[in-house]
Design a protein around this ligand. Structure first.
Ligand code: HEM
Length: 507
């Protein structure tokens, strides 16, 4: 039997030989020199997309970064984004599943973590044809509008009398929670006092725990031969799965009973999936995983986009006033905005685009994994590598954008630019086979929320804070929250009776 000492000495040698083999066999992109075993894991700065943008200046628009023994390739130009997401999309549409992602997604039985293949194509079709169809999104519009009026009412109640500043994120997060849970699970989780009820608390706890479990074991994930030293906390994952399933089944039971009583299904995603279970041959595991995917991907992203936009609008009073002029002209002061007004609000739409250009909530999208050896930018990308598109850097590239760091929505009046994956200079939702299926919903929500916030209130920095002092830095993470949640003073602009919630029952 090999002695432990022999194993200890031969492992680093194996790693060196492995790298040598790679270098000789493939022409991989240049990049920072990797350290033995850990690669570049400890060279990457916490806000990864900024670090990668700096490295692109040093190594070029295609470069390599080693996370342990996994090759990651980062592309940072619109031409290369097109190559990855359009021309070579077929070889680059898989996902890398860490051990925690394997557990959380029931080994890719969902959409987000599924590899591209028959299962993916089936659930993607369910999303496109059923869940995110324009008809269903329109039928669910009253829920979004109800929740936006709740948000406006609570900002008004908390600030109008005092004239004090508010932390905008607090209201956006609450709106995002109630909106997505109603859309996906068909329930508003509140008790008779208007507070989040027991099921809702459990729901939030599961979502937070999912993030915690997803982030665990980060280092050992990248060094497979060291995993024995960092065993997965099987119990924690099992318990998490049990909680998720218990809550989901409890709600499933309520919906089944409701359908039996009324004889009809509702529009929310849960009823839609239960109704189509047999037609699309969806297992219960897949239904549960899909529902939670929508929460993971669709709860925070619109709220984050709105928070960044509001920070830009507080910093840029000229733009804020121009949106308000448009809102006053199109809607007036006698009624509130609805999503149906959006086509008549071109400048507001430009503000949303400009904000997503400078602050995409997922600046590196989600990494794609190659299912075969493939060439990108003339370099070899071996099968099993991860490819990241730095959409943040691409949207600030001076080769594509005039004065790229300036917040100037007018640029989109001068040139109509698509943001849903057809123009490779601006890709907040990605592009190609794995483009965000919730893009239109995200755009509608963000546009409507910003429109309401600006129609109802004028926003100024808190006393003693200058606009230029607002912290525009990001927190590390896959999704980019503001490092310091933006605070501002909302001053009402409309008659008092327009600040009341317009409630609708679940649809
Ligand atoms: C402003 C809002 C949003 C932004 C910026 C955004 C952005 C993105 C991006 C960049 C991706 C990765 C694309 C790729 O891997 O190539 C993605 C995937 C995804 N998004 Fe969104 N998203 C938003 C809103 C939503 C909403 C509201 C939902 C659902 C309710 C949603 C559901 C999903 C799902 C399920 C995926 C995984 C798709 C797949 O792997 O095939 N997103 N999103």
């Amino acid at each position: 039997m090999a002695s432990p000492l022999l194993i200890l000495f031969s492992l680093p040698l194996a790693v060196v030989l492995y790298h040598l083999f790679y270098r000789l066999r493939y022409r991989i992109p240049p990049g920072p020199r990797p350290w033995p075993v850990v690669g570049n894991l400890y060279d990457v700065k916490p806000v990864r997309f900024r670090c990668f943008a700096e490295w692109a200046q040093l190594f070029g628009p295609t470069f390599s970064v080693w996370f342990g023994s996994t090759l990651n390739v980062i592309v940072s130009s619109s031409e290369l984004a097109k190559e990855v997401l359009k021309e070579k999309d077929g070889q680059l549409a898989d996902r890398h599943r860490s051990r925690s992602a394997v557990k959380l997604s029931r080994d890719g039985k969902d959409l987000i973590w599924a590899d591209y293949g028959p299962h993916y194509v089936k659930v993607r079709k369910v999303c496109t044809v059923v869940l995110f169809s324009p008809k269903r999104l329109e039928l669910l519009r009253p829920i979004r509008e109800d929740e936006i009026t709740v948000m406006v009412e609570s900002i008004y109640q908390d600030s109008a009398a005092s004239g004090k500043s508010v932390v905008i994120k607090k209201y956006l997060a609450s709106m995002a929670f109630h909106n997505i849970t109603r859309l996906v699970f068909g329930k508003r989780f509140v008790n008779s006092e208007g507070e989040v009820d027991k099921q809702g608390q459990e729901f939030k706890a599961i979502a937070i725990n999912g993030l915690k479990l997803g982030a665990s074991l980060a280092v050992s994930e990248h060094i497979p031969w060291l995993r024995w030293m960092f065993p997965l906390d099987e119990d924690a994952f099992t318990q998490h799965g049990v909680r998720m399933e218990r809550l989901t089944r409890e709600i499933m039971q309520e919906h089944t009973l409701a359908r039996q009583k009324t004889g009809g299904a509702k529009q929310h995603f849960f009823d839609a999936l239960l109704t189509l279970k047999d037609e699309y041959d969806l297992s219960e595991d897949t239904i549960i995983a899909l529902l939670w995917d929508m929460i993971a991907a669709g709860m925070d992203t619109p709220a984050i986009s709105v928070e960044w936009a509001m920070a830009e609008l507080v910093r840029n009073p000229r733009v804020q006033e121009k949106v308000q002029e448009e809102l006053d002209r199109v809607i007036g002061h006698e009624r509130i905005m609805t999503e149906l007004d959006i086509p008549n609000l071109p400048y507001l739409q430009c503000v949303v685009k400009e904000s997503l250009r400078l602050h995409p909530p997922t600046p590196l999208m989600l990494p794609h994994r190659s299912n075969a050896d493939v060439k990108i930018g003339g370099y070899d990308i071996p099968k099993g590598s991860n490819v990241h598109v730095n959409v943040w850097a691409i949207a600030r590239d001076p080769k594509s954008w005039k004065d790229p760091l300036e917040f100037r929505p007018e640029r989109f009046l001068e040139e109509d630019v698509d943001i849903k994956g057809h123009d490779f200079r601006l890709l907040p939702f990605g592009a190609g086979r794995r483009v965000c299926p919730g893009a239109q919903l995200g755009i509608d929500l963000a546009t409507s929320m910003i429109g309401h916030l600006l129609h109802h209130f004028r926003w100024t920095p808190p006393a003693g804070v200058r606009a230029e002092d607002i912290d525009m830095g990001e927190n590390p993470g896959t999704v980019t929250y503001m490092r310091t949640p933006v605070e501002a003073v909302p001053t009402p602009r409309l008659p008092a009776d327009l600040y009341k919630r317009v409630a609708v029952v679940d649809i």
